[in-house]
Design a protein around this ligand. Sequence first.
Ligand code: SAM
Length: 205
Amino acid sequence: MDKTIIPFWEETYLKDDVMTFSIEPNKTIKEFEHLLKKQSNILEVGCGEGQNVLYLAKQGYCNIDAFDISESGISKLKRLCEKDSLYINAFVHDLVTYTFDKKYDWIMSFATLCFVEKSAWKQFLLRAKENTNAGGIHIMHIFTDTVPASPDIAPFAIGLAKDGELKEMYNDWEILQFQSYTFEDEHPNVPKHMHAVNKIVAQKP
Ligand SMILES: C[S@@+](CC[C@H](N)C(=O)[O-])C[C@H]1O[C@@H](n2cnc3c(N)ncnc32)[C@H](O)[C@@H]1O
């Protein structure tokens, strides 16, 4: 990621009274949550301020790891956990250099992978697949180049996927859901803009 320009989310990660992306978890999490057990090992990659993992922690899932490259995002997530007496193992890390020290039942990432080079997110997914238990689930969401990167992310979106490229990474897993779509988005202090997305839910045989 270009370190000379500060992404818009860094500003709102400093404020606890505003959520940058949503106060709700991504709807795919609720849709597939029935596949989780309370003891499942869960990992979110690029968790930001944490709306997805906060939701899961509130439901009683107790083995949640979450990392993000943003120190302010992880600090905010820790403050929000403390406020609600929740425990999430949240830490700062770069997905490019992340190495696994355990196996997971559920690994998810939303709107993050495109911020590293394509070869890096592909390598990361290979490591993540390897470090997933049999029957485990991946929910991966990546911006694609079906529409040009919007101005809010253009300086950082160095690894936009081609439509279908994410799905190809899961040829050897069962695809429970694959969606390719565009949507209009808006964040505090960022004008409305369009994103194109590929989202996959896949299960390891
Ligand atoms: C658009 S935000 C999405 C945040 C979160 N996934 C969500 O949906 O609310 C992108 C996030 O990816 C994180 N990120 C960017 N590059 C990263 C990297 N190399 N490793 C880990 N996280 C990264 C950013 O810090 C930011 O929190």
